[in-house]
Design a protein. Structure first.
Length: 400
């Protein structure tokens, strides 16, 4: 499983959604379409006893990656970078449900179909993972202990040949000042168990790693149309922290195995803000500072503009910039006696940019289905060390 796909899994497990404090705003920061009716049941939804499915959404996303990295074999010469070609097709289903007045459930089931998986295989040495199917089941159950507090339990399982992953955690939040301030905290434990391969394709049993994350944050309504959030997270990773088959070009004109520390401490500070705009739009701002004890320091900034163009339709545009220093032992040509070394392009110094856009249609329905949601989007990701990715997504949703 690549670093970028692991990051996506973690983001789904511990992600924090921001919504504007204005009653005229939706959770995604855009003004809502006119309500079909102004009675309490239409606005708030009828209260139901027992287990009830509130919404179902389906999404299919295509990731098409090209580029080259020095960790990959199969280049023009033994020391040249190899292909990082990767194609992923990911359908997923998300279900939101309530159980009585206090309990909410969220289920997420993504399925990955990976082809041309040079990033997941041992390149030209072994084709064992050039076609991979993978799946996950993520669950979050939130219990409202009182009018101002709730507790969430997280659990999930990911299956992929030759990779297994489990995660579990807990989160809590407490509102103050009539909901103007919300304090939250979370704890998440992830355990990965996978086959150990060497750079020649030989299998040497199994290995594992653990990732323990603790985070805390504050969300504050600054004005009736502005909300801000700050969150800090600390992660401790232990065990086999690479994929075991990454190789490093050596000064002896051959390739040697990647050598990584057995422990990593990671810090992340995230700032978010959302502003409702008077012309039926919203502005979302995001900044992330990252630092770890491998010597990698990174800054990420993102701006997203959402604009309603009709009562049923809004569009979005996104730009993201990321820069990182790379780990202290990154090299594209290592001394064979070096104790630590990596040529992984994800751990290198680079700058990355993402340009994206989406079209969203929300249609109110006067029936058992209260509304239908349609979305199509495209992102173009590219960075300075020869890696590019096209991401296309299409989604439908139904609210009951």
């Amino acid at each position: 499983m690549t670093v970028r796909r692991r990051a996506a899994r973690a983001a789904r497990a511990v992600g924090l959604a921001l919504s504007l404090g204005s009653p005229a705003a939706r959770a995604d920061g855009t003004p809502p379409p006119p309500a079909a009716s102004m009675d309490d049941a239409s606005i708030l939804g009828a209260r139901r006893a027992g287990f009830h499915v509130d919404s179902v959404s389906t999404r299919i996303t295509s990731f098409d990656q090209t580029g080259h990295g020095y960790q990959a074999q199969g280049g023009a010469t033994p020391l040249a970078p190899g292909s990082e070609r990767l194609t992923v097709l990911e359908p997923q289903v998300e279900v939101d449900a309530t159980q009585g007045d206090r309990m909410k459930h969220r289920f997420l089931v993504p399925i990955d179909v990976v082809t041309n998986a040079s990033a997941d295989a041992i390149d030209v040495v072994s084709a064992a993972s050039r076609h991979v199917e993978a799946g996950s089941i993520d669950w979050a159950g939130t219990y409202k202990t009182d009018a101002a507090s709730d507790v969430t339990v997280l659990a999930g399982l990911h299956l992929e040949n030759p990779f297994r992953s489990w995660h579990g955690g807990v989160a809590a939040s407490r509102a103050f000042a009539d909901g103007d301030t919300v304090v939250s905290a979370s704890f998440l434990e992830v355990m990965d168990w996978f086959d150990r391969f060497d750079i020649h394709g030989g299998r040497w049993g199994r290995t594992d790693r653990s990732s323990t994350t603790a985070s805390a944050g504050v969300t504050q309504i600054l004005t009736p149309t502005t909300v801000a959030n700050v969150n800090y997270g600390l992660t401790l990773q232990r065990g086999e922290l690479g994929n075991t088959w990454n190789s490093v070009p050596l000064t002896t004109f051959v390739r040697g195995p990647e050598l990584l520390p057995k422990e990593r401490v990671r810090h992340a500070l995230v700032l978010r803000a959302a502003q409702f705009l008077p012309w039926d739009g919203a502005l979302h701002l995001y900044y992330r500072f990252y630092d770890d004890d491998w010597g990698n320091v990174a800054h990420s900034a993102q701006v997203e503009l959402l604009q309603r163009i009709s009562p049923l339709v809004h569009v979005g545009a996104l730009y993201r910039f990321h820069t990182q220093s790379g780990v202290g032992f990154f090299t594209t040509l290592a001394d064979p006696s070096s104790g630590l070394r990596t040529a992984d392009s994800d751990l290198a110094p680079f700058d990355a940019q993402t340009l994206g856009g989406k079209l969203v249609i929300d249609v109110p329905v006067d029936s058992e289905i209260r509304s239908m949601h349609f979305e199509v989007g495209y992102d173009r990701y590219f960075r300075t060390n020869d890696l590019q990715m096209n991401v296309v997504t299409c989604a439908t949703g139904y609210r009951f």
